[in-house]
Design a protein around this ligand. Sequence first.
Ligand code: RAM
Length: 871
Amino acid sequence: MKLILKALFILIIYTNYLQGTEMQVVNLRCEYKVNPLGVDIENPRFSWILKSKQRGAKQIAYQIFIASSFEKLNNNQADIWDSKKVISNKSIQIYYNGKPLKSNKKYFWKVKIWDQTNNTYMSKIAYWTTGLLNDSDWKAKWIGLDKAVGDDDPNTPHRILSARMLLNEFNVDKKVKSAIAFISGLGLFEFYLNGEKIGDQVLSPGLTEYNKRTFYMTFDVTNNLQIEKNAIGIILGNGRYFAPRTNEPTKTRTYGFPKLICQIEIEYTDGTNDTIITDESWKLTTNGPIRKNNEYDGEYYDARRELSGWNKINYNDSDWMNAELVDKPGELLVAQPNEPIKIMEEVNPISVNEVEPGKFIFDMGQNMVGWVELFVKGKRGDKVTLRFAETLKDDGNLFLDNIRGAEVTDTYILKGKGEETWEPKFTYHGFRFVEMVGYPEIPTLKSIKGKVVYDALEITGEFECSNPLINQIYKNAYWGIRGNYRSMPTDCTQRDERQGWLGDRSAECTGESFIFDISKLYNKWLTDIKDAQQENGSLPDVAPSYWPLYNDNTTWPGTYLFASEMLYNQYGDIKTIELHYPNMKKWIKHMSGYLKNGIMPRDTYGDWCVPPEDLKLIHTNDPLRTTSAEYIGTAYFYYELKLMTKFAKLLGKEKDAVEYSKLAEKMKTAFNDKFLDKTNIQYSNNSHTVNILALAFDLVPIEHKEKIVNNLLQKILGESEVHVGNGIVGGQWLMRTLTNKGHADVAYALAAQNTYPSWGYMVEQGATTIWELWNGDHGDPGMNSGNHVMLLGDLIIWFYENLAGIKTAPDNPAFKHIIMKPQVLGDLSFVKASYNSIHGKIKSEWKLIEGKFIWDVKYRLTQLQRFIFQL
Ligand code: RAM
């Protein structure tokens, strides 16, 4: 095979320089740009993007104005905050520093910019509203029903519970100026006013460490109120609050029965106010159509039991019971800081097949996450069941072994009134195939429609190249990443697990950040991790800690540090590091207690999921493929101390920095004393990951670097014949380490590989997402998901940073300075990528034509810049 590095091109862009004739300030973004409603942090931060047609235009100063009304701001009366002119080229993550903000108020802001010639430009006006900032703002009470009734059976392993429905009426007798609803319904809620569903979010609110923190959501319902009587209706599902399991497949935390708090603040045009609250006067029933709802097992919906008109006025609720006052779920009730989950795309099936009489299998053409909407006509009492799987058995039936104990069954019983359509509210599935039984007629491709459901994140990156296999790998990664967003990054989407495993996301999350704006999602997840920290400093392997696993290793909890660094590098978010620093410090201290002469012996999962010697295995038994616990523990903890040194320096904590750096140096010496065979110049058992970690973390003495690089090349190119030999720990650093050591050609050969084990092999086997196991087609179904992102490691980072050459300068993060250094590799004839950074959109598109390297680059410029190099 031909492995030649053809050329190297570097462009370093200092991004304050713009091109064009006129500067514009656009994309104003207060911290919560997705939903400006109900912001409850007291210090929002502000960012904007500059656009200009003028060559060389540059911001040299800014001034932020905040006012309590649009009119005031329009007249330049910044009664809330006037930052005054600040000489700075900073345009992101600027913290609020004005008067204390008040609850449930609308604030208006704008920013003025000075350019290098002292011309000024003013942005348009944007706004945000504050939530209920203090406990005392909440007049509403938590209500619900803390017991099982009717056919509820919460003590079985499948935890059967009907959805709780709650309602109330209230009067509005004056003209409404504004009405804002603040609601939390646990585990999940749907909110209706006068018969209409409010908002397009689903599976909300976001998941949290409930005994510490619960999210409320905010809705502007000004236009949903009617004069005189109004009806509120709310349905509560179980979600993870009333956990889908308690003991299987492992001990799972459950928090109680579903509960609700709702407060609507109404302001009338005459200046008076009203507050509508949940209390004992609300009515509740468990007799509605959702008989069972469980995230793993599915939803059971009996349309014959629909309570027609229940969420509209004048409903006869005489057979409903009074809601009970219940305990609040946890310490804090705060506004959801991350994007809500929504239906983001619809997918039509590509085929339907009758595998047995009356049993139909639909192929959605894509392993997707969400559910299907059902379109059906039949007799009252006809029962349609839908089951979901990622793959099929040879006989065409669903392959359900890898779904483990999840029943993944949605049931719909017809009311028998013409065309009926239905989709579940409180469950989701990971599937490509849908089995349908009991459909009254012969179903067609129009009988179901797939709904792709995940956090409503902005897509920020696009990537394409001349190699179709790599394009498909990228597409699989895209589907896998988005399908695993569920207000936390989950490990899998289909079996009885779906947990926020930390280790899967360590460096990998930087790759995600190119494709999606994950700044708020990961910020929220770091709070989950912090909330789950134990008193002694121990961090969990899973957050929120629904599976309460505290194993004190360095790889999984280490994501607390890695993800924080990602937020800093990619989004310039230093506030998050500052906020979490004390907790990180506590963890480092706790873990340091395990150190023995500079060696960290703690590890739990090893280099999880290396390609095993026997295709049927999940984990290898071959001592040469594994990497020892002490080796991983020590290498990782060393690197984590380096990260802590960096964070301490960023925060101006010089004393800490010195301390961490000293301990790191001590560990480096201990590491080399213990693991480096100085005769053969080889680390430990010389596994792929042993070499990757030593190089990636810069643990190798300079004189041995070349030999260790050769050891790694020998493993990859020699022993493994141009294949990966690492699990998820080594995989986080693989592609960049090869590239940084001058072997981008080898990295490319791995990316373009299509035989086992490789990402391309998954594609060749028909995968449309990324597998949990390199041998996902043969491995034991006991742990073998078809939609897991962890094996991506640093592949997506490498696509953007190294193939396309879009990388932030580490000392000037968030793409303020960009290092553009694309690699021309193997048979690639073009790469096209763009990334919408917080500082603006970056494009890098290169192609080889007739011996020329033609490179189009754009960074907030009005036109592409073209560079042509003769090869
Ligand atoms: C399994 C999954 C998950 C991983 C843990 C250790 O549950 O593979 O992704 O993080 O194990």
